[in-house]
Write a protein that binds this ligand. Structure first.
Ligand code: ADP
Length: 274
């Protein structure tokens, strides 16, 4: 293969590769005890994808693999055609429980953190970075709160700030781990609207959530996960009683209502946000 061909292939890959390509991924934390087994799925650019499974099914572990923080034992994980690695083009919003809310930082400080992956080691945020941060806060309706301490905010307001931080990073891919669990209904609605809008603009989002009815209404694809891929496809194909039962097993109560299946799952997943 000539050098010219190699260059062309690299350029083509950057523009046409799927946003996410996972092929035969097996990985975990302790050797011999895989958490995820033989996972394969592909996400096209601009897709809004829900990741659904009971607690402990490996959703966060999958995100760690996509972030390049957990190496594959087998198979491969490609982001934009390249092996996953920590990368400013991928923004991650962790579960709320994993964040120390008492830390004395303002809304502006937290949002500005979104710029750090884009700054060099010694570069300080400049005027353009600050403008971008204010734009991001405006997108989530929090610009008037910019000087408030994060500890003073409600759960829903904090979640908006973490979305602003992700927006300020200017990523191509958003990974959100249960972004609406435990936040107020208007914020839940707002988060899903924002994600839909971002994906229409060509961004890609993978969202771990328990909110099945929102996913059914708004998402392009669903990955049903329980240590392995139970199903992957559009919600209308994947949300069958048999597949949901296989995914959630005893964690879920399925109620038949005419030709519809209603899902009742613990305290969440009652669909009040859509
Ligand atoms: P989910 O996000 O679906 O609740 P997780 O990916 O957090 O699932 O967890 C899947 C499994 O991996 C669980 O059995 C959990 O105990 C295990 N696990 C998660 N994180 C770690 C870790 N850092 N070290 C060891 N085991 C872990």
């Amino acid at each position: 293969m000539g050098r010219g061909t190699v260059t062309l292939d690299a350029a083509t890959r950057a523009t046409t590769a799927p946003a996410i390509q996972v092929e035969g991924l097996t990985t975990g934390y302790r050797r011999g005890e895989p958490v995820l087994r033989d996972i394969s799925f592909q996400v096209e650019r601009g897709a809004l994808v829900g990741v659904l499974g009971p607690n402990g099914s490996g959703k966060s572990t999958l995100f760690r693999s996509l972030l390049g923080l957990l190496p594959p034992w087998q198979g491969r994980v490609l982001i934009d055609g390249r092996p996953a690695r920590p990368n400013p083009d991928v923004a991650y919003i962790p579960q709320r429980e994993t964040i120390d809310w008492d830390f004395p930082v303002t809304v502006l400080d937290v949002t500005l953190m979104g710029r750090y992956p884009r700054l060099g080691l010694f570069r300080r945020p400049g005027k353009a970075d600050r403008e971008l941060v204010l734009w991001a806060l405006e997108q989530v309706g929090m610009v008037d709160f910019r000087d408030r301490l994060i500890a003073e905010l409600s759960g829903g307001q904090r979640q908006r700030v973490f979305l602003a931080r992700a927006l300020a990073q200017e990523p191509d891919l958003f990974l959100l781990d249960e972004p609406v669990s435990g936040v107020d209904a208007p914020t839940q609605h707002f988060v899903f609207e924002l994600l839909e809008r971002l994906c229409r603009q060509g961004k890609t989002a993978l969202v771990a959530t328990h909110d099945l009815s929102c996913v059914a209404q708004r998402f392009d694809r669903v990955l049903l996960l329980n240590r392995e891929v139970i199903a992957y496809g559009p919600p209308q194909e994947v949300f069958t009683e048999a597949l949901l039962n296989r995914t959630f097993q005893s964690h879920l109560l399925l109620l038949r209502y005419g030709d519809r299946v209603i899902v009742v799952e613990g305290e969440e997943g009652d669909g009040r946000s859509c």
